[in-house]
Design a protein around this ligand. Structure first.
Ligand SMILES: [Fe+2]
Length: 241
């Protein structure tokens, strides 16, 4: 089974991910050992725009791919972004400041952390993104107040054609019991489309643990259904041949 991790902050010194390239390469080595074929690097758009540039993160991606090829690692890196939802997002997509998943039609979006309720501007931005023929993939809904307070809103978004990404650590309890219970509910109800690691470091609280998430999902929904979430579905979203 080929595995794809579509939410990962491995690029060095860009956001709250690793502080240097050695740690980034350690994440690639660990991912390679776990048989992960592709990682989508998803630095936070805000950090890239305010502190760096898209050219910079492209260069880092190429650099990591070159070194990991030399080292014989299996894992390859493609570029995307974790795009927080705000009113500037549609314009940033048009001007190339916000990136989709590997330049394809899917885009990783993060709900505003400070909004506990559904606000009109959020729906307006989501509609505008969809009108651009892009398909939103919502990051870690199980950790967002907006959905904990209103599960129906999550279901409504899926009904409107959006996809949901659960985080491995939530599934096996590393983000606490509340996130664990809610992630299991989303999973069993069939509202999860991919599982990703949201890795931030080589070792510790937010390390590469996609396999652990897969193993947990397997116990809850069975091997075939779990396989779709780490292999079949993410492969389609990754926009590779
Ligand atoms: Fe993230």
């Amino acid at each position: 089974m080929k595995i794809y991790d579509l939410h990962n902050h491995l690029l060095p010194s860009v956001d709250d991910g690793p502080g240097d390239i050695n740690e980034s390469l350690e994440i690639v080595r660990i991912s390679s050992d776990q048989n992960i074929e592709f990682i989508l690097a998803t630095p936070h758009r805000k950090d890239v725009t305010e502190l760096h540039s898209v050219a910079h993160i492209k260069k880092l991606t190429d650099q990591i791919n070159d070194i990991s090829l030399e080292k014989g690692y299996l894992t390859k890196i493609k570029l995307g972004m974790e795009n927080h939802i705000d009113i500037t997002l549609p314009e940033d997509i048009r001007t190339g400041y916000a990136l989709t998943m590997n330049y394809g039609p899917y885009i990783l979006l993060e709900m505003p952390w400070d909004e506990a309720r559904k606000e009109k501007y959020i729906d307006d931005v989501l509609d505008e993104v969809k009108e651009m023929d892009l398909i939103p993939v919502i990051a870690h809904p199980e950790r967002m107040e907006i959905f904990k307070n209103d599960y129906e809103y999550l279901k409504e978004l899926v009904g409107r054609g959006m996809l949901m990404q659960l985080t491995s650590s939530s599934l096996y309890g590393k983000f606490g019991n509340e996130a664990k219970v809610f992630s299991h509910e989303i999973l069993k109800d069939g509202f999860c489309h991919i599982i990703a690691s949201d890795t931030h470091m080589a070792f510790g609280q937010r390390e590469q643990d996609l396999i652990k998430g897969f193993e947990t999902a397997k116990k809850l929904i069975g091997q075939e259904a779990a396989r779709e979430l780490v292999s079949d579905n993410p492969r389609i979203l990754l926009n590779i041949d």
